[in-house]
Design a protein around this ligand. Structure first.
Ligand code: GCU
Length: 607
């Protein structure tokens, strides 16, 4: 009997790793594990290997790995770690900003949380859900390994029903943020490698057969037809499931098949479409005999037609800004609703109707608030710069992160673009890698636009820039990052630039910008002054306005952000200074240049 239960546990662990994350976590009954966790810093992997650098073997090394969360039970016992007397870290939150000793730390840290949990119904099932942990997380409950998650910006969860105790559960998570050549992203990035359990951790209780996944959106190109799917997880696979939108007295029932799945389309009238001007959200309920879950969902269509981007069939210009997931004033990862309100509130103040969430999936609060505020979103997979494109495991990793990103946000009206990557060097392996990712994204979601920050060159005719990237034929929107006036000449160089963009597709300039120290003033040719940055914005906006297919822009970047690459003393000091808002939260002159430019566009569109 013992072997069979071991087999079952191993099987459940394997499938746990492969299982898809539960949809709509915020709509579930949650028991939060946020707060203080004890931690042990472990640069030498002591908690994972015995001194012979071998994985712990319980029979040979009684104290075992840190995941056993052992306590001394007799005066002679030797245990060389103790979570109870170890220091604390706050979850959610990166470790770098919580303790100066950890600012540059790259390695393993073991977190431990003790908690009691009594199920509300003995037949229910229980999962532990993580919003994200950067970069790899090994998760254990009561000494048993639940699984390993790779990827610093996507959610994951594990079923803990069979391991949970009413009292004294020990959840141990080993997080390692070391950058890896074959990782996604790879070794080199222009952002801080914040490590830790950076987003919420919750215990999620669900019925024995529960609604694990659903997609409910307008069918591609149809304003009066909803298309979607629902999937049940549990023994009662085949059930009647009802999708209802009470506000328009809509109720549609389907029957899930033997696999617990049902696909559906049904007509819908009198829908108020979601838009930046009117971000209408409907309370949608999905209910089965054994489970029910609700969430606010907006309905809109997005498509590219020739060189236009059409929202609900009407051309739109994307007045955007790029954003890193960071709160400048505190120099830490953003994660909360308040953080999202601060960052998107600044974007609104800029007269934005769009944001580019760079260079990885941000926390779910950002996209759910964007839904409410009427801000369209470009979401990005961290396929950034020199990824190991010819490595199959790297592709599998990138595809899994993209899958988890799309599965989490596929019901968010605000999300209109999935970006496959950023400034990746052209090559056969890279072209294939990105094309496969784009095909995979479309297989999961055919309704949104695909893009990526592509390559261009200017080595033929002086001041003539040509967007020429083999991946351009696989995207719906051609995007690129240009730095004329910063890395390429001075701001007035923009005035003599001509662009050649030989694609009959909309163009979004996904980045332009330059650095300024907030509060540093001088003339427009003095580098690092606010005046230089403001002049750069004026010249760039005038240059881009001359591009006939120009349909959007997300200048780099809303706020100054930490980067280990930015080392100029008294100017950068470990910060990238291209923000329109300084490290202290104060706006620079260029903020108002862009704000005025967007106001003019908005007023022209209203005429
Ligand atoms: C690149 C890159 C950004 C980087 C920026 C810069 O375009 O996409 O991640 O921060 O340039 O140089 O500041």
């Amino acid at each position: 009997m013992k072997h069979f239960s071991t087999f079952l546990l191993i099987f459940s662990l394997l499938t746990a790793n492969a299982q898809q994350v539960i949809t709509n976590i915020p709509g579930r009954h949650l028991f939060t594990l946020n707060g203080k966790w004890h931690y042990i810093i472990d640069p030498y992997e002591t908690g994972y290997y015995d001194y012979r650098y071998k994985p712990y073997d319980e029979s040979k090394h009684p104290s075992g790995g840190f995941f056993l969360d052992k306590h001394q039970t007799s005066k002679s016992e030797l245990i060389e770690y103790n979570f109870n007397t170890s220091p604390g870290l706050i979850v959610p939150g990166d470790w770098n900003s919580q303790d100066n000793k950890l600012l540059y730390y790259e390695g393993s840290i073991w977190y431990r949380k003790l908690f009691d949990y009594k199920k509300s119904n003995p037949k229910h099932r229980v999962f532990v859900h993580f919003g994200a942990a950067n970069y790899e997380a090994d998760v254990y409950l009561n000494g048993q390994k639940l699984g390993k998650h790779i990827g610093g910006f996507t959610p994951f969860d594990y079923e803990i029903t069979s391991l949970l105790k009413d009292k004294g559960n020990s959840l141990v998570v080993m997080v390692n943020n070391q950058r890896k050549r074959d990782g996604v992203p790879t070794l080199n990035t222009d952002w801080w490698n914040y490590g830790g359990i950076t987003r919420n951790v919750d215990v999620v209780e669900v019925p024995e057969t529960f609604i694990a996944d659903y997609t409910i959106q307008l069918k591609k190109g149809h304003l009066n037809e909803i298309e979607g799917m629902v999937r049940l997880n549990g023994p009662k696979k085949s059930q009647k499931v009802t999708i209802s939108i009470p506000e328009i007295r809509l109720s549609h029932t389907v029957i899930t098949n033997a696999h617990g799945v049902a696909h559906f389309t049904f007509p819908v009238k009198k829908l108020v479409l979601w838009s930046p001007e009117n971000p209408k959200l409907y309370n949608v309920t999905v209910s089965a005999a054994t489970d029910s879950v609700s969430e606010p969902i907006g309905f809109r269509t997005i498509r590219a037609r020739g060189t236009d981007i059409l929202l609900n069939g009407k051309p739109i210009f994307l007045r955007g800004i790029s954003i890193h997931e960071e709160i400048p004033i505190r120099g830490r990862r953003a994660y909360s609703k308040e953080d999202a309100q601060l960052l998107l509130g600044w974007a609104k103040e800029l007269n934005c109707n769009y944001v580019r969430l760079a260079h990885y999936p941000h926390n779910e609060n950002m996209v759910r608030l964007a839904d409410k505020m009427g801000i369209m979103v470009w979401e990005e997979n961290p396929v950034y710069w020199t990824i190991l494109f010819n490595n199959p495991e790297t592709y599998t990793n990138a595809e899994q992160q993209l899958t988890d990103e799309i599965n989490r946000d596929k019901n968010r009206a605000s999300v209109i673009i999935w970006s496959m990557g950023n400034e990746t060097p052209i090559g056969k392996a890279r072209n294939n890698f990105l094309r496969k990712l784009a095909d995979h994204a479309r297989s999961l979601d055919s309704t949104r636009l695909i893009s990526a920050a592509l390559q261009f060159h200017g080595d033929t005719i002086p001041h003539h820039l040509i967007v020429d990237d083999p991946f351009a034929k696989h995207v719906d929107v051609v995007s690129f990052n240009e730095y004329v006036g910063w890395y390429d000449g001075l701001p007035d160089k923009c005035d003599s630039i001509t662009w050649d963009i030989p694609y009959n597709k909309p163009v979004i300039v996904s980045e332009f910008g330059g650095g300024a120290v907030q509060g540093m003033h001088g003339d427009t040719l003095t580098r690092w002054t606010e005046e230089f940055q403001a002049s750069l914005y004026k010249h760039n906006l005038s240059m881009l306005s001359r591009i006939p297919q120009w349909r959007g822009v997300s200048p780099w970047i809303l706020c100054d952000f930490r980067s280990p690459k930015r080392l100029l003393p008294f100017i950068q000091d470990g910060w990238n200074r291209k923000g329109l808002i300084g490290q202290n939260g104060t706006k620079k002159k260029a903020f108002y240049i862009l704000q005025k430019f967007y106001k003019q566009i908005e007023q022209q569109e209203k005429k």
